[in-house]
Design a protein around this ligand. Structure first.
Ligand code: TUI
Length: 340
């Protein structure tokens, strides 16, 4: 597919100035309209899309479905036991011969053991989140594992690049689960300008318009979480999927800012209770006690009273459940049309 006049006219000024012919003779914008970017090259995938490493949600069936559809699936380490995660990685290997990754939540007690497990299991790539430590980078790089940290700020993006990261995911506050404060629209171009390594955009992306917008901000790939909650292969409880597809634009709220770990969820009974608790001056310790185990209650039990249903602000736009393959193919067909 050739780059049209429109996409050249739409090129952001900074990128236009930097536009260069690359080794395959194509300009950067031609490669983006082909959906062939440094991210597809880095990971050996067809579409530059990663599935978010959502704790409790992102397991082997979902990850393999995304990888088989041409994206890169991810198994979330969360705080899960290492034996369970080893089984999940091996199961994913049995379901796909395509690359998939593992998300290491850096503040989790299992982080060190998981850092070693991904080396032992020769996982293709790792994303990191919920922390700023570069502790495991050297070992992963030595093992040939690609490392892609999630960053909520320019400062952390630069630090991760210096530590040897292969790419970064600039994640806006529109995302579900544990979030930073900057928005996708503001964060992505600033990170793109600050680092040389490729940048993926995350937060608020669920269709081809979000992919095209991310590329116009200078990203070379996207990470998508909430859209995959409403996929056929996602193993979460039906109540969770129903909440996502039933949500409107104002149905997600952020709880726990005062604990230092803000979290975006569906405005469920528990989320409203936690919000009130926070307003009424409850302590972070009591807050953690009320919310302990609530994500499991959402994912496994579909518990509408005590579950914490993490999801992004884009849930309002998601109205149906589809196979991952359809989600990805429709998203990129729409993005290509918009970018041409
Ligand atoms: O990690 C995520 N999303 C998650 S993890 C999770 S489980 C959890 N549950 C309750 C509390 C905390 C976690 C649910 N969702 N996304 C990646 C992400 N990383 N988002 C934001 C960050 C992040 C934040 C701060 C990364 C680095 C960081 O460093 C701070 C600094 O000072 O540099």
């Amino acid at each position: 597919m050739r780059c049209g006049t429109l996409s050249r006219a739409l090129l952001p000024f900074g990128r236009e100035r930097k536009r260069k012919r690359l080794s395959d003779g194509k300009s950067k914008v031609e490669r983006i309209t082909d959906m062939n970017t440094r991210i597809t090259e880095l990971l050996g995938i067809k579409y530059p899309i990663l599935q978010g490493g959502m704790a409790w949600v992102a397991e082997s069936t979902l990850a393999a479905a995304v990888s088989n559809a041409g994206g890169a699936g991810i198994i979330a380490g969360g705080a899960a036991p290492i034996d369970y995660l080893r089984d999940q990685i091996r199961r994913a290997k049995s379901l796909t011969d395509k690359p998939f990754g593992v998300n290491v939540m850096l503040m989790s007690p299992n982080a060190e053991d998981l850092a070693q497990l991904v080396i032992d299991e020769k996982v293709a790539f790792v994303t990191t989140g919920a922390g700023n430590r570069g502790t495991y980078m050297e070992g992963w790089k030595a093992a040939g594992i690609k490392v892609i940290p999630v960053v909520p700020s320019v400062a952390l993006a630069k630090r991760m690049e210096r530590s040897g990261a292969d790419a970064v995911i600039a994640e806006g506050t529109e995302s579900g689960g544990h979030i930073g404060e900057n928005t996708t629209m503001c964060l992505v171009p600033q990170v793109v300008d600050a680092v040389e390594i490729p940048v993926l955009a995350a937060g608020g992306i669920a269709d081809g318009r979000g992919v095209a917008a991310s590329f116009m901000l200078g990203a070379e790939g996207v990470q998508v979480g909430t859209r995959f909650l409403a996929s056929e292969e996602c193993q979460i409880h039906k109540n969770y999927k129903d909440l996502v597809i039933g949500a409107k634009d104002t149905d997600s709220i952020v709880t726990g800012r005062f604990t230092g770990h803000p979290c975006r969820n569906v405005k469920s009974k528990l989320a409203k209770k936690l919000q009130t608790f926070e307003k009424d001056g409850g302590t972070p310790e009591e807050f953690e006690k009320i919310s302990a185990g609530s994500l499991r209650k959402a994912v496994v039990d579909g518990d509408l009273e005590e579950g914490s249903f993490m999801c992004g602000a884009i849930a309002g736009m998601i109205n149906d459940i589809k196979p991952c393959k359809d989600i990805i193919e429709e998203m990129f067909a729409q993005a290509e049309k918009l970018l041409k």
